[in-house]
Write a protein that binds this ligand. Structure first.
Ligand SMILES: [Zn+2]
Length: 381
């Protein structure tokens, strides 16, 4: 998905949000009814979910339980990563199989801010980062970007338009971090940087690249002193290298998914939203390929739907958040071996056509009540 750097912006833009949101309370019965329309056996569907461990994902899980009549198998890890090694146990637990994957992002309806979620169980019902796991991955990259945007500076040198570049950003021997694509910033830069015009205590001065001058206009250069490039350091101007892989491959997958699109994430209007979308794009493709190759799934009815959960912060006194789902893509595999991928428009249309009423939904209160009235069973040791 993100292996070709030039295609990353269009890949990210292809996940459309506006006009594609479904309230969970309508989405889940629609998903259930779509499964029935596809020929799934209502009483033998084993739902599964790959959601983040955040408690905000509980409401979608409860709705899946209610409409599918079974608590969904846990098919995921923190951050919305699919555990590919759980296909076999999931397949053993039901006849027809559903997997719903969603990365998530919090939303504050009052401020319009993405990436925050109100925690009603904290002492003062304060907002915190959501998705916190994605936020923790992005944090160090955002700090690298902040440093680079402050330490690549516009200046004039002997009347020439120039850039002052911090030595740290020039060093090729350092490990992880932000690496500028100097051909976009420095005139004459290719694989190597040209000879600097001058050397300062913390960086070299180079002639500005023609493309940079054309992009910013000569007036962007201060008459005296220097000025940080700031937000004018664009995603196309740099890439990141990361530290070595962590011990836990599942924890590592999230950072792996986000590494290539990270320049577009840290420069986005809503970084946590862009990151959650990027993770869903990567996870759909990765999981789709794993299903195609998994022998345990052959001859089975399987529907895999991936998308984004937008957790709209609950207000004081609310029991649950108002969560919205934005579908991205689906993969359908039938028992007869036929396979089909649904792109976003078609998936949204299929869900739109499906009925939002589910007369066979489980009455959770009654089901729990029935359990309490059941005869007791002695566990013999
Ligand atoms: Zn999360």
């Amino acid at each position: 998905m993100f292996s070709n750097r030039a295609s990353i912006p269009s890949a990210l833009a292809s996940f459309r949000l506006d006009g594609y949101m479904l309230c969970y309370s309508a989405f889940v019965p629609k998903l259930y009814n779509w499964c029935l329309a596809l020929g799934f056996d209502a009483a033998r569907i084993m739902p599964s979910r790959a959601f983040c461990s955040d408690e905000s994902q509980g409401f979608p899980t409860i709705l899946m339980t209610k409409h599918f009549g079974a608590f969904p198998f846990n098919h995921g890890r923190v951050g919305g990563i699919v555990s590919l090694n759980r296909h076999a146990p999931h397949a053993e637990h039901g006849k027809d199989l559903l997997l719903l994957q969603a990365s998530h992002v919090g939303y504050d309806a009052d401020s319009g801010e993405f990436g925050v979620y109100r925690r009603l169980r904290t002492e003062h019902e304060t907002n915190s980062c959501s998705c916190g796991k994605i936020g923790s991955v992005i944090e160090s990259y955002a700090a690298e970007y902040a440093y680079a945007s402050e330490n690549i500076r516009l200046m004039r040198h002997d009347g020439e338009l120039a850039v002052l570049v911090d030595y740290l950003l020039i060093s090729r021997t350092r490990g992880p971090g932000l690496f500028p694509l100097f051909e976009r910033l420095v005139r004459g830069a290719g694989r190597e940087l040209p000879r600097p015009l001058a050397t300062r205590s913390t960086g070299h001065v180079f002639l500005a690249a023609d493309g940079l001058i054309a992009r910013l206009g000569e007036a962007a250069w201060p008459a005296e002193g220097s000025e940080a490039l700031g937000a004018r350091l664009e995603a196309e101007d740099f890439y990141f290298r990361r530290e070595g892989a962590q011990e836990d491959p599942f924890q590592d997958q999230l950072e792996e998914n986000l590494l290539a699109p990270m320049p577009w994430i840290v420069t986005a209007k809503h970084p946590l939203l862009t990151a959650a979308c990027a993770n869903t794009l990567a996870e759909f493709e990765r999981t789709y390929r794993s299903f195609v190759r998994a022998p345990v799934m052959h001859g089975r009815n399987l529907l895999f739907v991936a998308g984004l959960n937008i957790d709209i912060s609950p207000k004081h006194g609310d029991d649950f958040p108002l969560t919205k789902f934005v579908p991205w893509a689906a993969y359908l595999q039938r028992a007869d071996g036929t396979r089909q991928v649904f792109e976003q428009d078609e998936l949204f249309a299929r869900l739109g056509e499906a009925c939002a009423v589910n007369p066979s939904q489980l009455d959770l209160e009654r089901a729990i009540q029935a359990l309490t009235q059941h005869r007791d069973v002695v566990v013999r040791l």
